[in-house]
Design a protein around this ligand. Structure first.
Ligand SMILES: [Fe+2]
Ligand SMILES: [Fe+2]
Length: 312
């Protein structure tokens, strides 16, 4: 019997907001760099019209769930969070859309109540009461998929775009993955920064990348999706059960059209199979002003239940 397919859309690095109006006092910190960068370059490089075009196509694909891996804003101003909230409502109901934060959303330390609180319904896990920055990873179960949302969003020093998961969150992630191995669910992890050692420049890296990669591999993540690099990239983590695919999408609003950076999003069609799971990826994006399918491939995902000594 053919098993039903659950489809997840992944987009990232929308950078959709305008950090205006801005008060001089809000720029008396690292934000001045980000604001000047936005004035000079980023407001031209990221275009709302491109994002709107992708969104129209995405809605036409009718995914069962959509995930957004951070950097919705430029410098994390409260006014940008409000703009992004309005946009998220166009994307979908909070129950059908999972968001994790990126480094631009936590540009400097800012009061939760004036920023992330407005996205709370999109950030929170299923069993959350009041959500907070201390509550990650989030866990949502949608169809046959357990979606783990990891936060790497901590204010980085000047001239850096690094991120950090942190020991507390890594420990929680390890125990959540261990529990999930007792359930017949596909384990999908979302993270803004690449959790693969050595692939990002020092300035932009995940500072605890080795420790995080170890938890994902030993805990039994089956697919990891991320953004941050603004380019399409297929990488992997090695585990006892085989290779865990780690896939990045480019910015969904970027104007340039080089093959690895043009605005696009991925669709993942997840289906139970005799050997574990069948996952098909479809890459869709903008080419010369027109949305096209760029690529389609079947991912080989690890089946941890076949590892000697595994709990299932
Ligand atoms: Fe970004
Ligand atoms: Fe980023």
């Amino acid at each position: 019997m053919t098993q039903p397919t659950f489809t997840i859309a992944h987009l990232s690095d929308l950078h959709l907001s305008r950090p205006e109006p801005v008060q001089a006092g809000q720029l008396l910190n690292k934000r001045i760099l980000g604001y000047l960068s936005w004035r000079r370059r980023r407001r031209f490089a990221h275009q709302r019209a491109i994002l709107d075009q992708l969104l129209e196509d995405l809605h036409g694909q009718s995914p069962d769930h959509t995930v957004v891996t951070g950097d919705l804003t430029h410098i994390g101003l409260p006014v940008e969070f409000a703009q992004a909230r309005a946009w998220l409502e166009r994307l979908g109901d909070p129950q059908a859309v999972t968001v994790i934060p990126g480094n631009h959303d936590a540009y400097v330390r800012e009061d939760w109540s004036t920023t992330f609180a407005s996205w709370e319904e999109y950030l929170a896990g299923d069993d959350a009461g009041a959500w907070s920055e201390n509550a990650y990873p989030s866990l949502r179960v949608r169809g046959p998929v357990a979606i783990l949302g990891i936060s790497t969003a901590v204010p980085a020093p000047w001239f850096r775009a690094s991120g950090r998961v942190g020991r507390t969150q890594r420990e929680r992630l390890a125990s959540m993955l261990a529990e999930l191995q007792q359930r017949d669910l596909f384990r999908l992890a979302l993270i803004h920064h690449a959790p693969v050692p050595g692939i990002d420049p020092w300035r932009k890296r995940l500072t605890d990348v080795h420790e995080t990669a170890q938890v994902l591999a030993e805990g039994g993540a089956q697919l990891v999706l991320h953004g941050h690099d603004h380019r399409a990239r297929w990488s992997a983590l090695e585990s006892a059960a085989g290779t865990i695919p780690v896939v990045a999408v480019p910015s969904a609003s970027y104007v340039l059209t080089s093959p690895d950076k043009r605005a696009s999003y991925n669709l993942y069609r997840v289906q139970r199979a005799d050997s574990g799971w069948r996952v098909e990826v479809v890459v869709r994006g903008l080419d010369d002003g027109v949305i096209k399918e760029f690529e389609r491939r079947i991912l080989t995902v690890p089946n941890f239940s076949q590892v000697p000594g595994a709990s299932v």
